[in-house]
Design a protein around this ligand. Structure first.
Ligand code: HEM
Length: 457
């Protein structure tokens, strides 16, 4: 019997740190400010200058906050950070505005149907294998993080625009989004402490707008052609957004409206998936027996051929690796909400204007919900208990009406990419080079994830 592997996470501080220490620890990452009790508490409370924050961790309370999206809308601080990147689009909008935008973008999501996207995911995974083969040095050691950003961005690019993403575009996205997150984190910490943002906000806004350079020319060109001559270049998400109608006024999206929805789908749809696939590759590299079981499963169910929908449906081991990676490293670790009406939760009076933070990171690592919560044990989902907790205490994609639209798509792409990776390479983690997770807008490795890849015969 193999000992369960405990992958890296910041060691929690013994006790709640002082105001100043918390400031320093959160400067680069939210999870670095947590203390031991954060992982067992049912309700946390933090008083900031001008802002009172509550962290409910009891499952019925989580359900309430997530289900009552009208009473607990997305928090204005998060909207402010994301606005330069994605405007006030479906992810950041609230109330009636959100309902109307959601009605407009829903038809576009038929292009993310699983059977329809499998061939393009398989093509993008093959392109990843080709890139690795081309770049692999003789040591076999390679940073998997930018490679996973490229394949995730490539998959969503093909789904949005029907064309692959080139290496230059991928490099811009990886560099700019990393900088955007770093500056946005510092700006948000200063804002939370009631301090001036010292140019961090300006710098993060500039990086966010820079990401648009990668897709703006495609959107503008196709928008112009469609509106001038009705030309339909491809039947894809972009085309569906051109054709979407406002449910009340019947008006289409403006060019800026299309650009914001595209930016949202592009960013929400690749940054998170890249995080999932980078951490998944690392965990497989640490656990050769899990990797081997996954490879065998794929080879058996495909009889050595290409991945099919039928095989994917039956690849339980691979699915459980993806689920367990999302449990340990939820790409969106914190979901901040506003409070509109006074409520009482666990005897705490929560008032309008207070912030509620629902945290997949804490809920999914709380020992009251999961046995050996910090251990990587994909087999836990084979038990009735694991299946029960999957429904109740596993929320990497959120919960309730604001649940992620791309949850099925993201899990399928991770299964395709990770299965392809282990079929083509033996993946090995490096004993003296463990990645460190940092959580800003998303949860990413601080300095990449170096793995040793050996091509299989
Ligand atoms: C591992 C990958 C992914 C993770 C972990 C993830 C996570 C999330 C979470 C947690 C939310 C809800 C946030 C909240 O309640 O505050 C969300 C919303 C959303 N996600 Fe994802 N996501 C992933 C992939 C995708 C993909 C691939 C797409 C698009 C194809 C996508 C599109 C969206 C959209 C449009 C929303 C807003 C839904 C709404 O509010 O109506 N996501 N995602």
């Amino acid at each position: 019997m193999n000992q369960p592997f405990i992958p890296p996470y910041p060691p929690p501080h013994r006790t709640r740190s002082s105001f100043l220490k918390r400031f320093g620890r959160s400067w680069t990452s939210w999870i670095h400010g947590l203390f031991e009790k954060s992982y067992t508490m049912l309700m946390g409370e933090i008083r900031m200058p001008g802002l009172h924050i509550f962290i409910p961790n009891e499952l019925p309370l989580i359900d309430r906050v997530m289900d009552e999206a009208k009473n607990f809308p997305k928090h204005s601080l998060m909207v402010e950070v994301l606005e330069p990147a994605i405007g006030v689009s479906t992810f950041t909008a609230n109330g009636e505005d959100w309902e109307q935008q959601r009605a407009m973008i829903n038809p576009a999501f038929q292009h993310t149907a699983l059977a329809k996207t499998l061939p393009l995911m398989a093509d993008a995974a093959d392109a990843l294998v080709a890139r690795i083969t081309e770049q692999l040095p003789s040591s076999g050691i390679i940073d998997i993080d930018p490679l996973m950003t490229h394949v995730a961005a490539d998959i969503i690019f093909r789904t949005l625009f029907s064309v692959p993403l080139d290496a230059a575009g991928s490099a811009v996205i990886h560099r700019r989004f990393n900088r955007f997150q770093r500056f946005a984190q510092s700006g948000s910490v200063l804002r939370l402490y009631g301090l001036p943002t010292l140019g961090f906000k300006r710098r993060s806004d500039r990086e966010a707008r820079g990401i648009h350079e990668v897709f703006a020319p495609i959107v503008e060109e196709r928008y112009r052609r469609f509106h001038e001559s009705g030309e339909v270049a491809h039947r894809d998400i972009l085309q569906s957004l051109f054709e979407a109608k406002h449910p009340v006024t019947g008006a289409p999206f403006t060019l800026q409206g299309v650009m914001e929805q595209i930016a949202l789908i592009f960013l929400a749809g690749h940054e998170t998936s890249a995080s999932l696939m980078a951490w998944g590759s690392y965990l497989l590299g640490e656990c050769p027996h899990v990797q081997e079981a996954m490879r065998e499963e794929t080879e058996t169910l495909t009889t050595g051929g290409p991945l099919t929908m039928e095989a994917l449906r039956r690849m339980e081991r691979t699915r459980n690796v993806v689920r367990e990676t999302l449990r340990l490293y939820p790409p969106v670790a914190f979901l901040p909400r506003d409070t509109l009406c006074p409520v009482t939760m666990r005897d705490k009076a929560i008032n309008p204007g207070d912030m509620l933070v629902v945290s997949p990171w804490l809920i999914q690592r709380n020992e009251k919900n999961w046995a050996c919560p910090h251990a990587f044990m994909p087999e836990r989902f084979e038990t009735a208990e694991g299946q029960d907790m999957l429904k109740r205490a596993w929320l990497p994609f959120g919960k309730g009406p604001r649940l992620c639209v791309g949850a099925g798509f993201a899990q399928q792409e991770a299964m395709v990419v990770l299965a392809t990776l282990v079929r083509r390479f033996r993946v090995e983690a490096l004993a003296d080079d463990r990645p460190e997770p940092v959580s800003r807008l998303t949860l990413r490795p601080k300095d990449g994830i170096r793995l040793r890849l050996a091509p299989r015969a």
